[in-house]
Ligand binder design. Sequence first.
Ligand code: IDP
Ligand code: MG
Length: 150
Amino acid sequence: MEKTLILLKPDTIQRSLSGKIISRFENKGFKIIGMKLMKVSRTLAETHYSEHKGKPFFEDLVSFITSSPIIAIVLESENVISIARNMMGATNPIDALPGTIRGDFGISVEYNIIHGSDSETSAKREISLFFNKEEIIEHSKSIQKWITGD
Ligand code: IDP
Ligand code: MG
């Protein structure tokens, strides 16, 4: 089953919006199979965001994500990567539609609330950066058949 890494960024925790955002994913029917509050180290931040190394916003991005705790979550569902990205909305809240997470809660591209993996390759890489195998807890839910027929 497809998995994705979601990070509730420091602004979300500081603004006490975590519950609202986690609720959206639960209401959608995604299964949470990993979740923890953590402080991101500089090394982890630089590795996670390595595709952006050299861009003008890289240093600010690393400083921001390490500035205060985040909540890291692994969601599981068929098509969870694309569906979660659609729920997040565009990277810049200027372009994010109302009804999306960034559209409803964000104003600044730097303080844009949430991270979500953008492909299966990224998801595998990012989940293994943030979680040990023992922290991923696969489980079944009887309601699943009423969400996806599985
Ligand atoms: P994504 O988070 O929607 O996948 P990416 O392009 O992967 O967007 O960028 C990673 C993060 O870097 C964004 O979520 C945003 O916080 C930050 N970022 C992206 N572009 C800019 C920019 O032009 N200025 C400042 N920060 C940016
Ligand atoms: Mg990205």
